[in-house]
Write a protein that binds this ligand. Structure first.
Ligand code: NAP
Length: 288
């Protein structure tokens, strides 16, 4: 087996059971990479296997589980004697809602997956990435460029992803390891249903008087998320593949109209942005 894939480019994609990660793993497989598709439940490997070539290998990888991360590195090392060509840090959770209503345990879990997961998986694969002069591609969000209400925890996690990308890009220059972030707007994936379900859970579990305090904000963002233009997961996957294959990868790729809009707004002066957001949400700028 080792001989067979000796000259192939080996990539690891975290969070490949659904959504952008699955689309990316399948596209990279089509492009001829030897793909390790990160999944948390072994049964998620079967549907991937049905849609891919025999090269694609499901890899048990919960990014918050140190032992699993170590075992994943050992497995990849065994079939990639020349090192790793690419690591796509895609696994991620979403969490919306006014801070006062959001569960602290859910926030810890979000930061564990979206931030510590990226750091620990990247750290563990770095020796193989250095050896292969490979690439790291981090999946970020428009909320990693512009922090808006209702998204404090999620925005914190994706700003952190931007920070990790910026920091490592220069840190790893001497080793020829290139780092890109892919800033994603709204993409049609399973996450949209998960966001809706967690919103319902939040509304059901929070005290009604607190929900009422935040009613205008909740209504604004519920309508907003439905109205936002979205793109299919395959389109996001194509940009992730470009980040891995462009001769000179960009520091940052923007995917979809939502990401471009957030990027433009992030350059506005903070005071102007605050006023625009407040007017959009409350119809006026509330007095402090
Ligand atoms: N879709 C969007 O509109 C959008 C917008 C901006 C950014 N993004 C980002 O894009 C990435 C992918 O999102 P998606 O839309 O494709 O969502 P998704 O369909 O919900 O996929 C999330 C993936 O992450 C995995 N995951 C969750 N916790 C994990 C853990 N502890 N260890 C390993 N894997 C874990 C999930 O695995 P399980 O199936 O086992 O839970 C799943 O494979 C995320 O980083 C997200 O923040 C998405």
């Amino acid at each position: 087996m080792t001989e067979k894939i000796h000259d192939q480019r080996v990539v690891v994609v975290t969070g490949a059971s659904t959504g952008i990660g699955r689309a990316t793993a399948l596209l990279l497989d089509e492009l001829g990479f030897h793909v390790f598709a990160g999944i948390r439940k072994s049964e998620d490997g079967d549907p991937l296997g049905e849609l891919s070539s025999e090269r694609l290998e499901p890899l048990l990888l919960d990014v918050t589980d140190e032992e699993m991360v170590t075992a994943a590195v050992t497995r990849v090392k065994a079939v990639a004697p020349k090192g790793l060509y690419g690591l796509v840090n895609n696994a991620g959770l979403s969490l919306n809602g006014p801070l006062e209503l959001v569960d602290v345990t859910a926030m810890r879990q979000l930061l564990d997956v979206n931030v510590l997961g990226v750091l620990s998986v990247t750290k563990a694969f770095l020796p193989l990435l250095r050896q292969g002069r490979g690439r790291i591609v981090n999946v970020s969000s428009g909320h990693g460029l512009l922090a808006i209400p209702d998204k404090s925890a999620y925005a914190a996690s994706k700003f952190a992803v931007q920070a990790i990308s910026d920091s490592l890009r220069v840190e790893l220059l001497p080793f020829g390891v290139q780092v890109s972030s892919v800033v994603v707007g709204k993409v049609e994936t399973e996450v949209l249903g998960k966001i809706e379900a967690s919103r319902q859970k939040l509304l059901a579990s929070a005290p009604p008087e607190k929900v009422n305090l935040y009613r205008p904000l909740l209504e604004y963002f519920d309508a907003d998320v439905k109205d936002l233009p979205s793109i299919p997961a395959k389109q996001a996957a194509a940009v992730l593949a470009r980040a891995l294959t462009d001769t000179r990868p960009k520091r940052r790729y923007l995917v979809g109209p939502g990401a471009r809009k957030m990027s433009i707004l992030s350059h506005f002066p903070a005071g102007m942005r605050d006023q625009m957001l407040a007017k959009a949400i409350y119809g006026r700028v509330p007095r402090a």
